[in-house]
Design a protein around this ligand. Structure first.
Ligand code: SAM
Ligand code: SF4
Length: 345
């Protein structure tokens, strides 16, 4: 029996050439968004994905079912803004019914928080287990400049709804930016602590639609830690595993802060993530330019064992093509053609 046939009839874990086992699928539900963060989307003139190419809930569940059988346990819903999908509760309900060989699927979401007050109770009832809210500043004018929308109060309502939902751990993510919010990092941590959330800072990555990223303007992990240590004593939390964030305990207390240093301290060696774009392209890395197209598979024939085998084959090709690292520092590095909103963060 060829290895290909074996893989289809008896799912093996999704292991790449570097022995990394893939257990996490980031599912982008749309490239549309209610904000226009400067590091992610252009102010206008975005080339939207064609509506007819956006995966339906049935198509997402079909891919996720095959992925779960191959050992994927975490499905993180993202975008664009995932809460713009009117069928978001249905998506969460159906994905949370999936099981991997090692146990039930865990459904997580990354959102800008707008609309959470309307939908969070239904999402929790549908099985949502983890929530990350993105918030780069708690200053209204800055927020409006940075996101090109005056909607800080809507996001703050979303944070309150998340706090009151009891969904834990609750995480708040900020991209640290020089001259934009780098004087506010400690205040953001205090805000997160007051909302019983973990603040996490992300190094800015070359994924903006305008291709304006410049390493010299990026606030590094070291600078973030230096700024926070002015207010707290930081003690590293051991046992990071494959998680993107390194954590530090604040003043020996219960609260922690995280830093995702994708650029200066990449964690590619432990990466267990794959991505599915809203238009059905599988990706093995945020920074890769290779995509593995599931749309023709999903839109030919009927759902059933043959199509599941075909989806499984595409998943395995994608994992097999994964490189050792993102190579942002290589002289030949090329920023992906898609912006972050169209890949899925
Ligand atoms: N709209 C949702 C949100 O903002 O949370 C989900 C999608 S957004 C693309 C996911 C995450 O990617 C956000 O936390 C955002 O801050 C982060 N992000 C976007 N562009 C980035 C960049 N160039 N560098 C680092 N993080 C980025
Ligand atoms: Fe929208 Fe999230 Fe991108 Fe901001 S980071 S523009 S909220 S997708």
């Amino acid at each position: 029996m060829s290895p290909d046939v074996y893989a289809r009839t008896m799912p093996e874990p999704l292991v790449d050439r570097f022995a990394r086992v893939h257990r996490d699928l980031r599912v982008s539900l749309t490239d549309r968004c209610s904000l226009r963060c400067t590091y992610c989307m252009p102010e206008q003139g975005n080339e939207w994905l064609a509506r007819q190419s956006i995966l339906t809930v049935d198509e997402i569940v079909e891919v996720a079912t095959v992925a779960a059988a191959a050992g994927v346990t975490t499905f993180r819903l993202t975008g664009g803004e995932p809460l713009l999908r009117t069928d978001i509760v249905d998506i969460v309900r159906r994905l949370s019914a999936l099981r991997a060989p090692s146990g039930p699927a865990q459904i997580a979401m990354t959102t800008n928080g707008i609309r959470l007050p309307d939908v969070l109770p239904d999402l929790v009832a549908a099985g949502l287990k983890r929530l990350n809210i993105s918030l780069d500043t708690i200053d209204r004018d800055r927020f409006a400049r940075l996101t090109r929308r005056d909607r800080l109060s809507d996001v703050l309502d979303g944070v309150r709804a998340a706090r009151d939902s009891g969904l834990r751990p609750l995480k708040i993510n900020a991209v640290a930016m020089r001259g934009v919010n780098d004087d506010e990092l400690a205040d953001l941590v205090a805000f997160a602590v007051a909302n019983d959330a973990e603040m996490r800072f992300i190094e800015q990555m070359p994924l903006d639609a305008g291709h304006t990223w410049d390493r010299s303007t990026m606030v590094t992990r070291e600078e973030i830690l230096e700024a926070l240590s002015q207010r707290w004593e930081l003690a590293p939390v051991p046992g990071r595993g494959g998680a993107p964030a390194e954590q530090w305990r604040l003043d020996g207390g219960p609260h922690v802060v995280g830093v995702i240093a994708s650029v200066t301290a990449p964690f590619c060696g432990a990466c267990d993530r794959m991505r599915l774009t809203a238009d059905g392209q599988l990706r093995n890395c945020l920074f890769s330019n290779d995509e593995y197209d599931l749309l023709p598979v999903l839109r030919s024939g009927e759902p059933g064992p043959d199509r599941s085998d075909e989806i499984d084959r595409v998943l395995r090709n994608c994992v097999a093509g994964k490189r050792a690292g993102h190579a942002i520092d290589d002289p030949g590095f090329l920023q992906p053609a898609r912006g972050m909103n169209a890949i899925g963060g």
